[in-house]
Design a protein around this ligand. Structure first.
Ligand code: SAM
Ligand code: SF4
Length: 331
């Protein structure tokens, strides 16, 4: 059998979007994402950059049109820029990246030239001390320098991502939105997802809903519903009188699952069919058993569509059912 695309699951959803975590490592330790002391995966357990490329290519051969590079912090992996340049030569509609911005001052130009069209940059606070508290080790100034370098590099779009935690940064949503409007950037506000166990805060106490963020913003801005849909958990609005789009990412509402168009490749080579479930297929095993055999890889990917779950269930009151952390999964 010569497997061909498009990739369609049991519920008739077309999978056209692959998110790839290229490393579980990071130079920050955000409270909601990692423990202070982390043990990272040994090198033999993670995909090589070449393996990542071949898996990405198999997806593109099967009709995937959009790839997001994420992590961990993608830019801390040695050779990341070479991989991105290779991916940029695949026939994709969009190659995009999520980064914490700490290395953008050096990397932004090369990313733009490689064909990365859009960047998501995480920024939870504009106050240096608070930024440090939430990332445990980060320097806000570095990220702001990176952001400026990215603005100069001429990406089609730059979006800020802010995870909002009550008692940490919930009082900054208006300042963050204003910062984005002033710089003609987009911004998404994210509810914390219960991935991995965290010791630093109580997740149900720190829960600050997207509806609450929206209400706060509407005291100052007029938000007009935007037709933009990404097949994910985001709803978008335009700030009236500006080009800025504001997104609300609410994993606690299930209603986006019906349009889900994405799968994730973990740093260990597991193809995860849903962020909120453990259903997965081990593509590392396939690529290592049949090196250079694109057919076997494509077969495994097509077969995986049969186990993509219909929806996910997150419960704030319960212990997390998903014990992996976001950095290994690719946020
Ligand atoms: N290191 C990069 C960064 O921070 O942008 C890319 C990887 S990070 C895992 C991707 C996104 O996931 C970030 O915007 C981060 O804020 C978000 N994130 C991490 N842990 C999360 C959690 N438990 N709930 C919601 N969002 C989370
Ligand atoms: Fe690192 Fe991104 Fe996780 Fe923060 S959210 S610890 S920057 S991977």
């Amino acid at each position: 059998m010569n497997p061909s695309g498009p990739l369609i699951d049991r519920f008739g959803r077309k999978v056209s979007y692959l998110r790839i975590s290229i490393t579980d490592r990071c130079d920050l330790r955000c409270l909601y994402c990692m423990e202070e002391e982390m043990t990272f995966l040994p090198r033999a357990q993670i995909l090589t950059l070449e393996e990542i490329y071949w898996i990405a290519k198999a997806f593109v051969d099967l009709g995937v049109e959009k790839i997001r590079i994420t992590g961990g912090e993608p830019l801390v992996r040695r050779g990341a820029l070479d991989l991105i340049e290779q991916l940029g030569r695949l026939p994709l509609k969009e190659l995009v990246m999520t980064t914490n911005g700490t290395r953008l001052a050096e990397c932004a130009d090369r990313l733009a030239t490689a064909g990365v069209s859009r960047l998501n940059i995480s920024l939870d606070s504009l106050k240096p001390a608070r930024f440090r508290e939430m990332t445990r080790v980060g320097r806000l100034e570095r990220v702001l320098e990176g952001l400026e370098a990215a603005r100069r590099a001429g990406f089609e779009c730059i979006k800020l991502n802010a995870v909002i935690l009550k008692g940490f940064n919930h009082d900054e949503v208006i300042d963050l939105a204003r910062f984005a409007v002033d710089r003609q950037l987009d911004i998404s506000f994210i509810e914390e997802m219960p991935l991995g166990l965290v010791a630093s805060h109580n997740r149900s106490h720190a829960y600050y809903s997207s509806d609450q963020v929206k209400q706060d913003l509407e005291k100052v801005f007029t938000l007009l519903p935007s037709p933009v849909r990404t097949g994910g958990p985001s709803r978008y609005f335009t700030v009236a009188g500006t080009g800025t789009k504001v997104g609300f990412i609410s994993p606690h509402s299930h209603n986006f699952c019906a349009d889900c168009n994405r799968v994730r490749l973990t740093v260990e080579g597991r193809l995860l069919l849903c962020l909120g479930n453990e259903h997965s297929v081990d593509l590392k095993q396939v690529i290592r058993r049949y090196p250079g055999d694109g057919n076997k890889l494509r077969q495994a990917i097509v077969a995986a569509m049969a186990i993509k779950p219909e929806r996910h269930y997150f419960d704030l009151q319960e212990k997390p059912v998903i014990l992996r952390h976001m950095n290994a999964t690719g946020g």
